[in-house]
Design a protein around this ligand. Structure first.
Ligand SMILES: Cc1cc2nc3c(=O)[nH]c(=O)nc-3n(C[C@H](O)[C@H](O)[C@H](O)COP(=O)(O)O)c2cc1C
Length: 194
């Protein structure tokens, strides 16, 4: 079973190719077991319109907005066994393009928690994880982001299995994060996901 191919989707917010999140993405890919097929969606390059709380999903199994990239990305999430959210912290939260995607998950929140309809879209339990970096050294920041991700995971029947964090990036160089300690953490990160 462990050797069968599994699909992982990384919902990422990678603002620049030379930064910490870009480096974390590289390390996550490098440490992935060989039977994991990874696809990465960088939300900074997607067109996601914001949720406007129009109320459509309180009565329908759909979102009124259907002209952006939300559905295409969510098809990838549906077909994945593993969902990873990779992000820097912006103002104690997620960068706006990733947060816009999370907010649009409201249609699944409404379906599951308000209308109490069993989800046809996410029937199988998935495993999920967060990889997060932040400038400060306060673990509260990582906790806030993890709680936000857990809430989104609850909408898509995904269990939060690991949190990999790199704190204090204000005081680090990008190359510092490929330390032995972090490589060990990433090995365990993947072990918790398979
Ligand atoms: C708009 C913005 C808001 C930020 N807010 C926070 C914050 O609330 N807490 C924190 O610890 N770091 C914060 N940071 C620092 C980033 O999380 C940190 O620099 C991270 O390493 C950026 O990732 P990157 O190197 O991939 O760009 C912020 C950075 C930016 C640009």
């Amino acid at each position: 079973m462990e050797n069968c191919v599994k699909k992982a989707v990384i919902l990422s917010a990678v603002p620049k190719s030379t930064g910490f999140t870009a480096e974390m993405l590289k390390l996550i890919r490098q440490t992935a077991p060989s039977n994991i097929e990874i696809s990465d969606v960088n939300m900074f390059y997607q067109n996601i319109l914001p949720c406007t709380d129009c109320g459509y999903c309180l009565k329908n199994d759909a979102c009124r907005i259907n002209t952006d990239d939300f559905d295409t990305i969510t098809e990838k999430v549906k077909s994945a066994d593993i969902v990873i959210v990779l992000t820097p912290v912006y103002f104690l939260s997620l960068p706006s393009p990733l947060k816009a995607y999370f907010d649009r998950m409201q249609r699944y929140f409404s379906q599951k928690f308000i209308r109490k309809i069993p989800s046809k879209d996410f029937p199988a339990r998935k495993k999920g994880a967060v990889a997060v970096c932040c400038g400060a050294g306060d673990s509260f920041v990582v906790e806030v982001v993890s709680k936000t991700v857990k809430m989104m995971f609850d909408c898509i029947n995904t269990q939060l299995c690991d949190v990999f964090s790199v704190m204090n990036t204000d005081k680090l160089h990008v190359s510092d994060i490929s330390s032995d300690e972090n490589m060990d953490k990433l090995k365990k990160f993947w072990e918790n996901l398979i």
